[in-house]
Ligand binder design. Structure first.
Ligand SMILES: Cc1cc2nc3c(=O)[nH]c(=O)nc-3n(C[C@H](O)[C@H](O)[C@H](O)COP(=O)(O)O)c2cc1C
Length: 309
């Protein structure tokens, strides 16, 4: 796509998308974005986040590219890293629609996707074929310890992943891992010799998470969505994301940093340069999702530009 066509089409596409039901916009966007590459020149803002080298401080959070089909498009946005997943060892349909609600004024949304995934095999096949330059973080999930152990074993000799994120905080689990995150991280850490992040919820005590980080030599991605009631969704409830959760995230990351020097990725509602700068005072990197669904690729570019002068 030429640079001129891109800048002319972008506002029109965004306006149209904002008038359609969120589940439909989501599907159309996913189908279109598989084939689009942006004409952005990426700046080199390399830094370390634990054992992982990222291309910049702002990356993409789990859930935007659940199956690895958007890596080419996302890579052309010049992210610091791309999180793919969450994947499970087996395919899962997720919850019935509607499973997305938008709160436009609050730049927030509520989702009850329900951990939909084609399963590990097809996602790894896409990652193997990918030519993305940004490091790939693979988010893995599980309903029991065996799920996590299976995936860790499958990833042991897989070269194209820079880090693994162990998702023990999806609202879909309920409170299953709230007091059992130790078991999940143990099952993964013993098989893998690369950077691991534990994706935690704001309900997991920061002191406990810091202990797990230090004991297992892993980092943390904080936080996941915040469970709320949402009657328009098929499930009647879902996970809140976007600017509304930013204060919850910041409080949590500050508390976690008070207990550990380990690598932290701050996720939750970052959508302005000021928020990114503030979050990075306590975290080693930031990841975003909801902001991109409102402002498109320009969101990431705008946030990243705060660090490139
Ligand atoms: C539609 C949607 C799907 C998501 N899917 C996942 C997921 O599969 N795994 C995960 O760990 N987090 C998932 N998340 C949570 C995000 O990774 C992130 O933690 C949360 O949205 C807060 O960041 P944000 O405010 O920048 O969106 C999802 C969020 C949204 C909005």
């Amino acid at each position: 796509m030429s640079v001129t066509v891109f800048w002319v089409m972008l506002p029109r596409a965004s306006l149209l998308a904002s008038r359609l039901p969120p589940d439909i916009t989501h599907d159309i966007a996913r189908a279109a974005l598989r084939f689009i590459r942006l004409p952005f020149a990426c700046r080199d803002l390399e830094r370390r986040v634990g054992r992982m080298t990222v291309r910049g401080p702002i990356g993409i959070a789990a859930g935007l590219d659940k199956d690895g089909s958007l890596m080419g498009f996302l890579d052309s946005m010049c992210p610091g890293f791309i999180t793919v997943g969450t994947v499970l060892p087996y395919p899962r349909k997720g919850n019935p629609r509607p499973r997305l609600a938008r709160y436009r004024e609050a730049l927030s949304m509520c989702n009850a996707m329900g951990l939909n995934t084609p399963g590990l095999g097809p996602v790894l096949a896409r990652i193997a074929r990918s030519r993305a330059r940004a490091p790939i973080v693979l988010s893995i999930g599980g309903f029991n310890v065996g799920d996590f152990a299976y995936m860790a074993r499958a990833l042991r000799d897989f070269p194209k992943i820079s880090a693994v994120e162990v998702n023990v905080s999806s609202p879909t689990y309920g409170n299953k891992w709230l007091n059992a995150a130790d078991e999940a991280v143990t099952a993964v850490a013993k098989h893998l010799d690369l950077q691991i992040f534990l994706k935690v919820s704001h309900t997991m005590p920061p002191k406990l998470v810091a202990r797990l980080m230090d004991e297992h030599g892993v980092g943390a991605t904080a936080i996941n969505t915040v469970p709320i009631a949402e009657p328009s969704l098929s499930t009647g409830r879902g996970g809140l994301s976007g600017v509304a959760v930013y204060p919850v995230m910041l409080r949590y990351v500050k508390a976690l940093r008070a207990h550990t020097d380990g690598p932290i990725i701050a996720v939750g509602g970052v959508c302005s340069r000021g928020q990114a700068i503030e979050a990075l005072r306590h975290a080693d990197a930031v990841a975003v999702l909801t902001c991109i669904t409102y402002f498109g690729p320009l969101a990431l570019r705008n946030l990243t530009n705060a660090f490139s002068q």
